[in-house]
Design a protein around this ligand. Structure first.
Ligand code: MG
Ligand code: MN
Length: 636
């Protein structure tokens, strides 16, 4: 790996320091999540509106338009599709370089930061992947031991990238861009199994504040933050996960590329959001900023008009925009042919794996209605988790505890769009279907929990719904700020969700409405659940280690972790028992009735091919939205 020259001798400019102006275009991708091609490995279909091969076409066009360009990636590049998963496992037979890094090498990135998901496959794997890169990575706030400063950082805390810019005078001039990478410190929780004892993470804002003057002193003319973090307009807090606003406000930051939340910024149609967020100007607290979605759907383009006076470069003007690879009004950017060719061996190995038959499903399993009813696609995952865990703990001291299971539906539309749903056919199924139901590289775990903790868990899960006011018919069901995969359903309990009550917790697990309770009539085995009842809960490593702040009281009390990926455990289980939801799954949960109220749900149009499911929830088909979602009205 070329690790750059973070502590290089300050660049001393011998050339005549006459005043000059120049245009510099910074291009950015973020959260590619291993989307190399426009290929949906779960549906086994080509032609999707995403993928770095499409973004590559936009990158070429954007480079051709101006003389001076640089290209950056902002992390979460390596994990997220079966290509990333399959090529990360030695057992799959992959022996080449990391295919995402190899594709990025071809695009000649100038530098990249890390995202939280880069740590999902462990540090040995990450080290090998980064060593394949011909461009440098930076990450300032991850260090190798507690209390270490930037000199103890895992990767270079910053990079100095000297570049020759063609000035408006036609001459070449040197500009050194300082680049600082930052990643949410929550990695220490989310990937505790890999990081504990190896790496620690510090607050992003504190780290940046401390390091920016050093980057300047080391010779940076301008400072760009590659901040794998989203835009959160609530009050700043220590160790914040989404800190792009606070980072943009720091003195000495010239530009910021944000990410992680998969949002889009700027969206010129949205005027100023207030709180420092200015879509019209493309700034966060006045600093030029981009947040280019995810999966290669968008290329971030930041044009900077620079002037150098008395030897000092300054930004005199800027324009920030996102270019989409496809959209309602845009012709889709065709995939770059050379890149498609270059990644073909990783692609075909992935297809071979994903098409491997694993067993049978007794019925079609889809997640189009997973947020409005006890859903067969969720119930089968919970059933598998329960079975796998009970076998794993047989004969141990835990074996006497009743086993419950928690899982969300992982694909429920949202920012992933109208195709972002699981949909597994009845009949023979392949590994791709198991991956469709369980797309994340999690491991199964068993956590001892009390009745009180389960109630809290469900209250936290239920925050993904907007509060419904009696007598107000037609409100959206979902709170758009909360992803659908926060909605854990616990199999083995029965309960109602009262949408007239406000959420009890926020996404960080903070108690925001102490008097509020959405979870009603919570029962185990037909009797009200007591706070002191004890259970073993089957869940995944991400959740059990604190992801989403579900288990607030006894983080880390994990009794069992599966050796293999949960998805592989599931595939093995399906091989000898056909996939079918448990008999009583439909008694799991329901919304508390609100007669006269209905909610609106945006779901996938493919639900139209399941009229029985539409009828079951009393859904009325309101047609397609502009983004291609099927909108339903559902009575409460
Ligand atoms: Mg992320
Ligand atoms: Mn991401």
């Amino acid at each position: 790996m070329n690790i750059g020259t973070p502590f290089a001798v300050p660049h001393v400019c011998a050339e005549a320091q006459s005043d000059v102006s120049a245009q510099l275009r910074l291009l950015g991708t973020t959260d590619l999540h291993a989307h190399l091609l426009p290929y949906d490995y779960y549906a086994d279909e080509d032609g999707r509106p995403y993928g770095l091969s499409r973004t590559a076409t936009l990158i070429s066009a954007a480079r051709a338009e101006v003389a001076n360009t640089m290209l950056f990636d902002n992390g979460d590049a390596l994990q997220g599709t079966p290509v990333g998963d399959v090529t990360s496992q030695c057992s799959s037979g992959w022996s080449g370089p990391n295919p995402i890094i190899a594709a990025m090498n071809r695009l000649d990135y100038d530098a990249a930061g890390l995202g939280n998901h880069e740590f999902n496959f462990g540090l040995d794997w990450l080290g090998r992947a980064l060593a394949d890169a011909t461009f440098p990575f930076t990450c300032a706030n991850v260090v190798t031991h507690p209390g270490a400063g930037p000199e103890g950082s895992y990767l270079p805390p910053y990079l100095l990238l000297p570049r020759q810019l063609r000035g408006d005078d036609g001459q070449m001039h040197t500009l050194t861009l300082g680049v600082i990478g930052l990643v949410p410190p929550q990695i220490a929780i989310w990937d505790e199994a890999h990081l504990s004892g190896n790496l620690c993470a510090h607050d992003m804002v504190d780290t940046a504040r401390a390091i920016i003057p050093k980057v300047r002193a080391a010779g940076a003319d301008l400072v760009l933050l590659l901040a794998h973090t989203g835009i959160d307009t609530t009050a700043p807090r220590p160790m914040a996960e989404n800190a792009a606003l606070a980072l943009a406000a720091l003195p000495g930051v010239d530009a910021i590329m944000a990410g992680h939340s998969h949002d889009l910024f700027p969206l010129p149609a949205r005027s100023s959001d207030g709180g420092g967020v200015d879509h019209a100007r493309g700034t966060l607290h006045g600093t030029p900023a981009l947040l280019a979605g995810a999966y290669g759907t968008h290329l971030g383009v930041m044009d900077l008009t620079l002037t150098r006076r008395a030897g000092r470069w300054k930004i005199n003007g800027h324009h920030c925009e996102l270019r989409a690879v496809a959209g309602p009004c845009a012709v889709a950017a065709a995939p770059d042919a050379e890149m498609s060719h270059a990644v073909r061996s990783a692609h075909s190995l992935t297809l071979r794996h994903m098409r491997r038959p694993i067993g049978l499903s007794t019925q079609r399993l889809h997640s189009y209605l997973a947020l409005v009813r006890p859903d067969p696609s969720v119930a089968v995952v919970n059933l598998l988790q329960q079975r796998i865990l009970s076998r794993a703990i047989a004969g141990t001291s835990l074996a006497g505890l009743p086993i419950l299971s928690a899982t969300p539906a992982f694909k429920t539309g949202g920012r992933g769009g109208p195709l972002n749903f699981s949909d597994v056919p009845a009949g023979p199924i392949s590994l791709r279907h198991a991956a469709d139901l369980y797309p994340l590289p999690n491991h199964l775990c068993g956590v001892p929990v009390t009745g009180a903790e389960l109630r809290d868990w469900l209250e936290r899960a239920a925050i993904c719904f907007a509060t419904q006011r009696p007598g107000r018919p037609e409100a959206m069901l979902r709170d758009p700020a909360v992803p659908g995969h926060d909605f854990d359903v616990i199999e083995g309990l029965s309960y109602q969700i009262d949408l007239s009550a406000p959420p009890r917790y926020d996404r960080n697990g903070a108690l925001i409405n102490a008097g509020a309770q959405r979870i009603r009539n919570l029962c185990f085995d037909r009797s009200p659940l007591r706070d002191t009842d004890r259970f073993l809960l089957a869940t995944n490593t991400y959740r059990a280690q604190g992801g989403g702040a579900f288990l607030r009281t006894r983080r880390g009390a994990i009794a069992h972790v599966s050796k293999r990926l949960l998805r592989d455990e599931m595939a093995a289980e399906i091989a000898h028992t056909p996939l079918a939801p448990p008999e009583n799954y439909s008694a799991n949960w329901c919304f508390s009735p609100m007669p006269g109220n209905s909610v609106l749900l945006n779901t996938g149009p493919a639900l139209r091919s399941d009229p029985a499911a539409l009828a079951e929830v009393g859904a009325e088909d309101l047609g397609l939205t502009q983004d291609g979602f099927l909108r339903l009205r559902i009575p409460l």
